[in-house]
Design a protein around this ligand. Structure first.
Ligand code: SF4
Length: 214
């Protein structure tokens, strides 16, 4: 069984898949507490559903791209079965994970979007660093949410130390919504010479920062 906050059909808002129609399965619960978290509503509640029930909801959308997200989706044991079943049914599966749980048991057909938590999140010490060694350059992406200059310096250091430009399909750099100085972030990226991708959260521009299930 799974605990599910919401299942909905929308437009992918982040990563190199941004702009594509996508079905989302948002699982409940997260062991982390990033200070700028925009999905605290997933921490509690949710509806208990079987993997089969979730698959039924996803199939009804007729959308071949599916993202399993949270909260922290991999904190639920049933998530691994759900991901494998979606892959078996031929969906293109994205798994958005906060980087605290090991990705070792995720079905290899799924594409990982792996967060690395920066210092201003308050959770940087909980990064599970071996996850970076599992990234596959043809499909997996790594994401840094940057609040300030200290976070950017951390990002630069981790990207270089772990050779992420080569190891990942994309290195995504996201501002904290409403907090990060966007022009400053753009300048830091330009000056660094790193091949990283600044990204904004497309869905928030379309439906607003507080919208859910769209
Ligand atoms: S890992 Fe994601 S869901 Fe969990 S607290 Fe951090 S931002 Fe929120």
């Amino acid at each position: 069984m799974l605990r599910v906050t919401e299942i909905f059909h929308s437009i992918q808002g982040e990563s190199t898949h941004a702009g594509r129609p996508c079905a989302f399965v948002r699982l409940t619960g997260c062991p982390m507490r990033c200070v700028w978290c925009d999905s605290e509503y997933t921490f509690t509640g949710g509806e208990r559903m079987s993997v089969e029930d979730v698959l039924g909801r996803v199939r009804a959308y007729g959308c071949r791209l599916v993202e399993v997200t949270g909260g922290e989706p991999l904190a639920q044991a049933g998530a691994f079965e759900l991901i494998a079943r979606l892959c078996e049914e031929g969906y293109e599966v994205l798994v958005e994970t906060g980087g605290y749980v090991s990705t070792a048991e995720v079905d290899e057909r799924a594409k990982i979007i792996l967060d690395v938590k920066c210092p201003a999140s308050g959770e940087a010490e909980r990064n599970h660093w071996p996850n970076l060694g599992r990234l596959r350059a043809d499909r997996d992406e790594v994401k840094f949410v940057v609040a300030d200059r200290g976070d950017w310096d951390f990002t630069r250091e981790v990207v270089t130390r772990y050779d992420l430009q080569r190891r990942a399909r994309a290195v995504l750099v996201s501002p904290v919504w409403g907090e990060t100085d966007l022009r400053a972030l753009a300048e830091w990226i330009k000056e660094s010479g790193l091949d990283v991708r600044m990204q904004l959260q497309l869905h928030k521009y379309v439906w607003g920062a507080e919208a859910r299930g769209v």
